[in-house]
Ligand binder design. Structure first.
Ligand SMILES: [Zn+2]
Length: 311
């Protein structure tokens, strides 16, 4: 049977409801799923995301933080975890556990040859969540957890997270910086929230690579920076598995940032990452939805990304 692209999602991911007018809305997931349900994507292998576990979460997060989040989930309304940015609603716990379960199941699938690659259509996003705190709409860091799960459960010596969300993934960087077997590379707008991701932040053993992009950065400049800075470093590091933090807020339509990418750029970078994964990682890629706050940019970018994953 032809190797296929598997999609994990779950209706529980609609039930994280940060509140009226919050940009990280349930509608984000709806537009991604709608885009992936068109006939072009009929070959996708749809699966329900399982629930993640405490043990998986604690691969990255402190036990105290796990307990604090689980105890803070309200019975009604919302409670803030990080100023007003990151909210918990009654359904948030199930949603974040589906995010973690999907990401770890995706790792198992590509390691065991059950899927060629995997896209996790889940929310909320995760890459700002640090080991001991929520930040920037993110509660737990499913991409970092997935990479740690791959490293721990399959004894992989080199696992990489590549992050093309327009924001720097401070949470993934914080978790990985002391761990030489995990590599994190991010291209992101700078200056922009959360303010980290300078070139000088390189981790314990050059296992962190930051490629800041100026506001207004267009397709040509983006591709140049990725081609010249990010891809050679990733290839040299020779990951045995690739996790993608796939945010689509670098799209020119996005209201929260100022880059000028178009759908084709997300297709392009996905293909470039697949070429490296084919050479060093037997093609193993688990991609996880991060940000993206314009309906059109999110749907178009995610469709372009998955189109590339399907080959
Ligand atoms: Zn973002």
């Amino acid at each position: 049977m032809k190797p296929h692209t598997r999609i994990y999602t779950h209706v529980d991911c609609y039930d994280h409801q940060p509140g009226e007018g919050h940009p990280e809305s349930p509608q984000r997931l709806a537009v991604v799923l709608e885009a992936l349900k068109t006939p072009e994507f009929a070959a996708l292998d749809w699966q329900e995301a399982p629930l993640g576990t405490r043990a998986q979460t604690e691969l990255i997060h402190d036990a105290d933080y796990y307990d604090a989040v689980s105890e803070a989930v309200p019975l009604r309304g919302t409670v803030p975890l990080d100023g007003g940015d990151t909210m918990l609603s009654p359904g948030s716990w199930q949603a974040v556990m589906r995010c973690i379960g999907a990401a770890c199941a995706g790792i198992d699938d590509v390691m065991l040859g059950e899927a060629a690659n995997v896209f996790c259509a889940t929310r909320p996003c995760g890459h700002h969540a640090e080991p001991d705190r929520a930040m920037g709409f993110c509660i737990f860091n499913q991409a970092a957890i997935a990479a740690a799960h791959a490293s721990r459960s399959y004894q992989l010596e080199r696992v990489a997270v590549i992050d093309f969300d327009v924001h720097h993934g401070n949470g993934t960087q914080a978790a990985f910086a002391p761990l030489p077997g995990l590599f994190y590379a991010s291209c992101h707008q700078s200056p922009l929230y959360p303010g980290t991701g300078l070139r000088s932040e390189t981790g314990s053993r050059n296992n962190i690579l930051n490629v800041p992009l100026p506001p207004g950065c267009n397709s040509a400049m983006f591709r140049d920076r990725v081609r010249l800075d990010m891809l050679p470093a990733l290839r040299a590091w020779a990951p045995q598995l690739l996790v993608i933090s796939a945010g689509f807020d670098a799209h020119r339509d996005d209201p929260l940032a100022g880059l000028q990418l178009v759908d084709a750029d997300f297709h392009w970078i996905t293909q470039e990452l697949m070429a490296i994964a084919a050479d060093t990682a037997q093609g193993r890629i688990v991609s996880i939805l991060e940000g993206g706050y314009s309906v059109g940019g999110l749907a178009g970018g995610a469709a372009a990304h998955v189109r590339a994953l399907m080959g």
